[in-house]
Design a protein around this ligand. Structure first.
Ligand SMILES: Nc1nc2c(ncn2[C@@H]2O[C@H](COP(=O)(O)OP(=O)(O)OP(=O)(O)O)[C@@H](O)[C@H]2O)c(=O)[nH]1
Ligand SMILES: [Mg+2]
Length: 204
């Protein structure tokens, strides 16, 4: 699977964050970001293996849910698409930051590959404006509707899109593919959590 196997661990981060900033890894905190309807709430449910959020209904405000997943406590903060709109850190984004205290281990920029447009690129560019410069090194682009990306032809079509290449470059080529239509597939969750652990090891 071309897309899944090409994650490249490449980091030249010079300003290393002290691990104590985030506290010991007793829990893994994840913030879901992305355009309205990209699949954030569905992704949160797949990660937690529970119906914690309500996919298919527009999320109105940030919400936090947590559960034990694969032997660790995982905290997920779901957000409305509006968190990445407007100027600076608005009230909803501030609420999201406080829900993720003392700081998220990862941000997932959730993207529906079938609807990838310059709007996703704009959302990607806004992550650092809303959550700070360091957040970019902790962001993984998460493609939903993984069932649509099973054919090589479809993967190549995605890789041919400038917007996707720009997003990949911005986030150090960190991405992951999810099929929320198959939430029972625990492997995709385990692999995501591994990638999040590796972000931490990279020191960003
Ligand atoms: N088949 C399939 N459907 C998906 C997948 N991910 C999300 N969906 C569906 O896409 C629709 C939108 O998903 P949501 O999770 O509500 O999207 P959201 O980003 O939370 O939307 P807002 O809260 O409005 O910003 C829902 O009907 C989901 O069930 C996926 O991987 N596969
Ligand atoms: Mg939602």
């Amino acid at each position: 699977f071309l897309l899944m196997n090409t994650i490249i661990v490449a980091s030249r981060s010079s300003s290393r964050e002290s691990p104590c900033v985030l506290g010991p890894r007793s829990e893994t905190r994840i913030v879901l970001l992305g355009r309205a309807g990209s699949g954030k709430s569905a992704t949160g449910n797949t990660i937690l293996g529970a119906a914690a959020f309500a996919p298919g209904t527009a999320t109105q405000s940030c919400a936090r849910a947590e559960r034990r997943v694969g032997g660790r406590q995982v905290v997920v903060i779901d957000t409305p698409g509006s968190v990445l709109e407007g100027e600076g850190r608005g009230p909803e984004a501030r609420r999201c930051v406080s829900l993720g205290a003392p700081g998220p281990h990862a941000y997932l920029l959730v993207i529906d590959p079938g609807r990838l447009t310059a709007e996703d690129e704009a959302a990607a560019a806004r992550v650092r404006h809303v959550f700070g410069e360091a957040s970019e090194r902790r962001t993984i682009a998460l493609l939903t509707h993984g069932d649509r990306l099973t054919e090589r032809r479809q993967q190549e079509a995605l890789e041919g899109q400038r917007v996707w290449r720009e997003i990949l470059q911005r986030f150090g080529r960190h991405y992951h593919v999810f099929n929320n239509g198959d939430p029972g597939d625990g492997r995709q969750v385990g692999e995501l959590l591994d990638k999040i652990d590796r972000l931490g090891e990279e020191g960003g």
